[in-house]
Design a protein around this ligand. Structure first.
Ligand code: NAP
Length: 286
């Protein structure tokens, strides 16, 4: 039987590493602060926002919630983003997506300052993920995958990895982060030929397709580390990952559960990025 790699201890360790840094910021007169922009009343957005607020406030990170109408115009979104950009008291901004108006969303991503982009949505942040360096941050979920590997002592260097999914939110950035840590990465998608065989040949498998139960025994190899990023609503309303967990745990070396795996680390990464953004303002000076 493989190990179950839960997200809660990873998040707890991350948060524990932030408390001293937050105290140091406060001692230097900086209260780390996050703005969360939400359009409309979608249940999953509200749940994620509430989770982020709880995590941040517990740590001593201030949160400002900004509400926009569901059908907000590009001008309304950009006004809110520009206010965040101009506010020296706000260090990070989380824009809950997708917005109903895709053009407004794209404009928002292009307008947010990369140094306040704590969830990797701006072209500047993504350029940093792909080219290294830069002023922004990787998307929180992609970084959460790396935090899980680090916490449980899985060094990607020299290992073969497959990532199922190539979105800019997860698949592509996590592929780049793994490659930067010297894994040899195959980025898979809906047109990948013989996907199970490609996945079977790897030591690390990241499933981020949004397809319940896609990853079955045919994808897995003994000892493999399987990170299940998928969040799908099952027939009875519960959450399911992309991986057939019961099957995977019999073959793989370690599997993250859904819920309670990678997703449980995401808001801790968000908090870490806000703290880093606040620290950067100190090192920049007045
Ligand atoms: P997305 O934009 O829909 O992208 C899905 C990707 O998976 C695409 O690249 C698609 O390939 C690929 N794909 C879909 N079906 C496939 C199949 N049968 N075989 C191989 N590849 C397949 O989704 P996303 O935003 O990246 O999210 C992916 C999943 O992660 C969703 O379940 C989402 O809810 C979840 N998620 C989790 C967190 C978290 O905190 N854990 C955060 C955000 C999202 P093509 O490019 O060829 O279409």
């Amino acid at each position: 039987m493989g190990e179950i790699w839960k997200g809660a201890p990873v998040a707890a360790a991350l948060c524990a590493s932030l408390t001293g840094r937050i105290s140091a910021l406060r001692a230097a007169g900086v209260e780390p602060a996050l703005a969360i922009l939400r359009a409309g009343e979608r249940g999953d957005d509200i749940a994620y926002e509430n989770g982020a607020v709880k995590r941040c406030e517990k740590l001593g990170i201030a949160v400002r919630r900004v509400r926009l109408p569901d059908d907000c115009t590009k001008e309304e979104v950009l006004k809110a983003i520009r206010q965040v950009n101009a506010d020296d008291g706000i260090h990070g901004c989380l824009l809950l997506r997708p917005l109903a108006d895709r053009a407004a969303e794209e404009a928002a991503c292009e307008t947010l300052l990369p140094e306040k982009d704590v969830d990797g949505i701006t072209p500047g942040s993504l350029a940093g993920v792909f080219a290294g360096g830069g002023r922004g941050y990787p998307p929180c979920t992609a970084q959460a995958c790396m935090e899980v590997l680090d916490y449980y002592g899985c060094d990607p260097a020299g290992r073969r990895a497959a990532v199922i999914g190539r979105s800019l939110v997860i698949g592509r950035p996590v592929s780049m982060l793994l490659q930067r840590r010297n894994a040899t990465v195959t980025m898979c998608h809906s047109r990948t030929a013989d996907l199970p065989a490609v996945c079977r040949q790897t030591e690390i498998l990241v499933a981020a397709a949004g397809q319940s139960g896609l990853v079955d025994a045919g994808f897995l190899a003994p000892g493999q580390v399987v990170l299940d990023v998928g969040i799908n609503v099952g027939p009875e309303g519960g959450l399911q990952g992309d991986v057939d967990f019961q099957g995977a745990i019999r073959t793989a070396g370690a599997v993250t559960p859904v819920p309670g795996g990678v997703g449980a680390v995401t808001t801790a990464v968000l908090a870490k990025h806000v703290v880093e953004a606040a620290e950067r303002t100190l090192s920049c000076g007045p």
